[in-house]
Write a protein that binds this ligand. Structure first.
Ligand SMILES: [Zn+2]
Length: 448
């Protein structure tokens, strides 16, 4: 995902006959805080490469934007400030961020142009890479003078762009680009599970040389976004409601349940057992669930081989938020070494998910793997011989990225709010550093 922009930028630079110097490309599945030694080593490597490359005409970075390292609440803000310090005030710096970035003043002030993904699920990474490249290329060639405005929307939530009214808001923002001096509009959704001062949503507007207009546009769009706060939030289903829907569900198309609280993309272990336990107790049949990050169970399944029957202790290992492990008599029904899944219709990114094993217990097929990651595509099931469209029920451990691939085969999609590491109820989370002067912590953070 975050490597894709580097490929796009190299291709676009080559087409202009520009010389590209590349530095580090690294990615980790979200989890707890990044070890400070890792962050500092990566930062120092990037800065050393940049110093060795000087003088440069421009700098482009592909970052997530919500990294928190031990001792660095705004790790990427510190990196961007150091990049600015290295190249000086006049070299254009462009950055592409995930829309789940927490954008601090430090990040904002360090760069010339900031572009965030527009789509959640993130299916537009390469398109946004092209956008930030062209913004910076035009600045290098003095065709435009990008200036940025921002507005703090004081709103915390999750904003799926697949449904109204968020879909319409994203489209309205995009339609403003390319006219009347408006170069780019980004909606910062924010990463709500990070307890840092800059957690929350913002609007970034970039205009051609008109700072006042950029600020005004960001403010107007930010207020519109704030007005939509209730209506944009996903509707969550309780586990009991989901089980009732399963009981009444009839084929031909499967009912898709998203285990949003165990989303590896948010930092969860992807091994919680709440939904599987309930389905087994309710004797749900013709169901499939994935992916459980359980390297030990996968290893045992490979050693036993396809067709073997054995008892396993599955899931519930990463934290108390994953629930208790389940002791299950299973049959190994599918195995695949060194598997990949594809994500994104437009980008066609491939993600390594390690070794995979499919286990069957009482009419439920369970997919386990060895490299933690969320259930992004149908490959999570088809890789180990499971046809998702032939199931009555599919459970995916993912917040929203699953939607692009699974919605087309589903009769309906339910977002099930069970306990877990990343539950979607922000009111109950024990924030210390994040501002509480935001909705939904208070009803109206804009009393004036
Ligand atoms: Zn994201």
């Amino acid at each position: 995902m975050f490597g894709a922009p580097l490929v796009v930028w190299r291709r676009l630079a080559d087409a202009r006959g520009w010389h590209t110097i590349e530095s580090l490309c690294a990615f980790a599945q979200p989890a707890g805080r990044t070890a400070n030694t890792v962050y500092e080593a990566f930062r120092d490597e990037i800065l050393a490469d940049l110093r060795a490359a000087l003088p440069v005409d421009a700098v482009l970075l592909s970052l997530h934007g919500a990294m928190v390292a031990d001792g660095y609440d705004d790790a990427e803000g510190e990196l961007l400030a150091a990049v600015r310090g290295t190249v000086g005030p006049h070299v254009p710096i462009g950055v592409e961020l995930d829309l789940h970035a927490n954008v601090s003043r430090q990040k904002f002030d360090a760069v010339t142009a900031m572009v965030l993904f527009k789509e959640y699920p993130h299916i537009d990474i390469s398109e946004r890479a092209k956008e930030v490249f062209e913004l910076i290329a035009d600045a290098v060639e003095a065709k435009t003078e990008p200036v940025m405005g921002w507005f703090d929307c004081r709103t915390v939530g999750l904003f799926h762009t697949t449904r109204q009214p968020m879909r319409g808001f994203v489209d309205r923002c995009a339609a403003l680009e390319g006219h009347d001096g408006v170069l780019s509009i980004s909606i910062v959704h924010g990463f709500p599970w990070a307890d840092v001062a800059d957690m929350g949503s913002k609007i970034i507007a970039i205009t051609d040389g008109d700072k006042e207009k950029a600020d005004r546009l960001a403010r107007e769009l930010g207020r519109e976004f704030f007005q939509l706060r209730q209506a944009t939030q996903p509707r969550y289903t309780t586990l009991d409601e989901a089980l009732a829907r399963i009981r009444s569900h009839t084929l031909p198309r499967p009912l898709v349940l998203a285990d949003v609280s165990d989303n590896a993309g948010g930092g969860a272990g992807s091994d919680s057992t709440f939904i599987l336990d309930a389905m087994i107790k309710c004797s749900v049949k013709h169901a499939a669930i994935g992916m459980f990050w359980d390297p030990m169970v996968v290893r045992i399944a490979f050693e036993a081989g396809e067709g073997a029957q054995l008892d396993v202790r599955l899931g519930g290992k990463l934290s108390p938020a994953s629930g208790p492990p389940l002791d299950l008599p299973v049959t190994v029904t599918g195995l695949k070494r060194d598997a990949y899944i594809q994500f994104g219709e437009r980008d066609k990114n491939f993600h390594s998910v390690g070794d995979m094993a499919a286990l069957s217990v009482d009419g439920i097929l369970i997919v386990c793997n060895t490299r933690r990651g969320q259930c992004l595509s149908l490959d999570c099931f088809t890789n180990v011989g499971i046809d998702p469209s032939a199931q009555r029920v599919i459970v995916v451990k993912s917040m929203q990225h699953f939607y692009a691939a699974f919605a087309p085969v589903a009769s309906d999609v339910l977002y099930v709010a069970v306990p877990g590491t990343v539950p979607p109820d922000f009111q109950v989370l024990p924030y210390v550093k994040a501002s509480k002067n935001q909705w939904p912590f208070i009803d109206n953070p804009f009393p004036d």
